[in-house]
Design a protein around this ligand. Structure first.
Ligand SMILES: Cc1cc2nc3c(=O)[nH]c(=O)nc-3n(C[C@H](O)[C@H](O)[C@H](O)COP(=O)(O)OP(=O)(O)OC[C@H]3O[C@@H](n4cnc5c(N)ncnc54)[C@H](O)[C@@H]3O)c2cc1C
Length: 569
């Protein structure tokens, strides 16, 4: 397993490396101001000039810069400072920034000491005070040092840094949240990444504080919740208004499509999303059958494009924000959020999709996020690098996951209860699996047991035909065994089938059998639920197609009926 995994969601843009720093330290504030001014004039376009009036202050700043992964190119330091001399400071700074160039600013009297220091402490240069004119006595030296530094410097990663254990449910949740919200981050396994130990020390955190998230401004979040992370990285978590034309719950393909159409048609629109825009589609490693993308596209790319489009038209997207209830107060509908607040809408669209059914195998719940993953093939692929991955399920999502994981794992085993994949998986995926030498398909096979105390170690599988069991070492199990609608939060507010899928339109019956509480003088529109003005689209609907294109289509179509409903208010 690699010690560091620089996670760049394919659709996300790698944050630009901030300007490298030239750090000036001098206890004489007049000199400090003058040197900073001269440096800024010549180098300010490409470098950030920072200053401190003592070695101690400078070291404290450097610790923060190191945590935020900022690069320091050059230290320019006065030798004669009380408490900590320039050379003492440079010695300590070298521990944090061994590659930065180091120059002393000395008075004539110190020059012998400086020459000695060049030899003893690998000082790069010493400059004499005063340095006027800088064009002759400062810039030539500094430019040369900076050129040398640039030639050796390998650009640093400028995103967030997540420190944690590989088999930790809390770390997994954060990785999943950041990855699916397209936030670039670097993940350091504290058990093996060489840098991790120093970052823990600098952030004054330890094993009990993990996972730890280091932000670009040098601040440290210990065991953060998704909400805390969202706030700090600038995701919108609270609504800008109290009442909207349309409140959409769920930002999968259906909700995002509805948001694009609603906001582009001038409706005040808010989208409430409990985890990350993109929904299930966002977890797809490669969508091959979405119209207009002959080479396929990743789920994260589709999510990023749709989210950008919806925001560009003015839709608000609240993430992570969970809808926990719905009530009507004619003519308005109110969606209650987990924090107890409500958002009002003249119409509501439920697009909450489905979630994976959980394994009931012993040990599965305990090791969830610690080797047992639902979906999540994208964010946890590194866990199986060079090791054995087990995929459970015979549908397209299982097939896509297996193909993706085969690029990292030494071997991928797909377990299916049936006698093959043909009946449940698209032919293009079956063909890809057949052509991938490190994927095996175990038919008529079920998972019997999950072995491991604080991380998954092995699985016991049972061959249904022979009745024999076998225990195989495994790094991770990825589960795709069907789904259930995410409608618990609606309780009985909206009519649903016995599995919880929402009835809409014609499923609700003709005027003679309309649902109780139906108080408008018309039959339900095609995507309207048992509550007038509350619509449903996508996988959450009774007898839905479970395809991205159909979810998108329904989200778009729902707007036609939303407009008709709004016109009647
Ligand atoms: C791994 C994988 C690969 C797939 N590949 C393909 C493919 O190649 N082609 C294809 O056509 N289909 C594919 N599918 C199916 C497709 O992704 C779904 O049919 C589609 O995403 C359904 O869209 P949706 O908007 O209805 O719901 P979802 O995508 O399920 O989105 C629902 C959203 O609602 C949010 N939500 C749920 N409850 C709440 C709540 N209470 N409050 C706030 N938010 C909530 C969820 O977090 C989620 O983001 C795949 C599915 C998976 C899992």
């Amino acid at each position: 397993m690699p010690s560091a995994d620089e996670h760049k969601p394919r659709a996300a843009v790698q944050p630009a490396e901030p300007k490298p720093i030239i750090f000036a330290v001098d206890d004489d504030l007049g000199v400090l101001g003058a040197v900073a001014r001269d440096l800024r004039r010549e180098y300010g376009e490409h470098y950030r000039i920072l200053r401190a009036s003592s070695g101690a202050d400078a070291l404290s700043d450097l610790e923060k810069l190191k945590l935020a992964n900022h690069a320091v190119a050059l230290f320019l330091v006065d030798q004669r400072m009380p408490e900590m001399s320039g050379l003492e400071f440079l010695g300590a700074a070298r521990e944090l920034y061994p590659d930065a160039k180091r120059a002393l600013l000395t008075a004539y009297a110190d020059s012998q000491a400086s020459i000695q220091a060049i030899n003893e402490t690998r000082l790069d240069y010493y400059l004499m005070k005063p340095w006027d004119p800088p064009e002759e006595r400062l810039y030539p030296v500094v430019t040369e040092l900076l050129d040398d530094w640039r030639a050796e410097h390998r650009p640093t990663y400028a995103g967030l840094t997540l420190l944690g254990y590989p088999y930790s449910a809390a770390t997994h949740d954060l990785k999943d949240f950041l990855g699916r919200n397209l936030v670039p981050y670097r993940w350091l396994d504290v058990e093996s990444a060489p840098e991790a130990e120093e970052l823990l020390r600098l952030s004054h955190t330890g094993a009990d504080d993990l996972p730890v998230l280091l932000l670009n401004d040098g601040s440290v979040l210990v065991k953060p919740t998704m909400g805390q992370v969202a706030e700090r990285i600038g995701l919108q978590t609270t609504a800008g208004m109290q009442l909207y034309d349309l409140v959409i719950v769920g930002a999968g393909p259906a909700g995002l499509a509805a948001a694009v159409y609603a906001s582009s048609e001038g409706l005040a629109t808010v989208l409430i999303e409990s985890h990350s825009p993109g929904g299930q589609a966002g977890q797809s490693s490669r969508i091959e059958n979405y119209l207009g993308f002959p080479a396929g596209l990743s789920g994260s790319e589709l999510s990023r494009r749709a989210t950008t489009q919806a925001k560009r038209f003015g839709a608000e997207i609240l993430t992570p924000t969970v809808a926990v209830g719905l009530r009507r107060e004619d003519p308005y509908r109110f969606v209650r959020l987990a924090d107890g607040t409500e958002i009002g809408g003249k119409a509501v669209l439920v697009a909450t999709g489905v979630s994976y059914r959980k394994l009931d195998t012993p040990g599965a719940e305990r090791l969830s996020g610690m080797g047992v993953y639902y979906g999540a093939a994208l964010s946890e692929a590194m866990v199986v690098k060079g090791r054995h991955a087990v995929v459970i399920g015979g549908g397209n999502s299982a097939g896509q996951a297996a193909v993706y994981l085969s690029r990292f794992a030494e071997r991928v085993s797909i377990l299916v209860r049936g006698s093959g994949l043909a009946a449940t998986m698209s032919q293009y995926l079956v063909a890809q699996i057949e052509q991938t030498p490190n994927i095996e398909v175990r038919v008529r096979t079920v998972l019997e047991d999950i072995v491991g105390t604080d991380r998954l170690e092995a699985v016991t599988i049972c061959d249904l035909e022979g009745g024999t069991s076998e225990t195989l070492p495994a790094a991770a199990v990825f589960v795709f065994i069907g789904a259930a609608p995410r409608t618990d939060w609606l309780t009985d507010a909206v009519g649903a089938d016995p599995q919880g899928y929402l009835y809409t339109g014609a499923d609700l019956g003709k005027s003679s059998t309309l649902p109780s509480g139906w108080n408008v003088d018309r039959e339900p529109y095609w995507l309207e639920t048992s509550v007038p003005g509350v619509f449903a689209a996508g996988d959450v609907r009774h007898r839905s197609v479970k395809r991205i294109a159909s979810a998108v289509g329904e989200g778009a179509m729902a707007l036609q009926f939303v407009h008709q409903h709004l016109a009647s208010l």
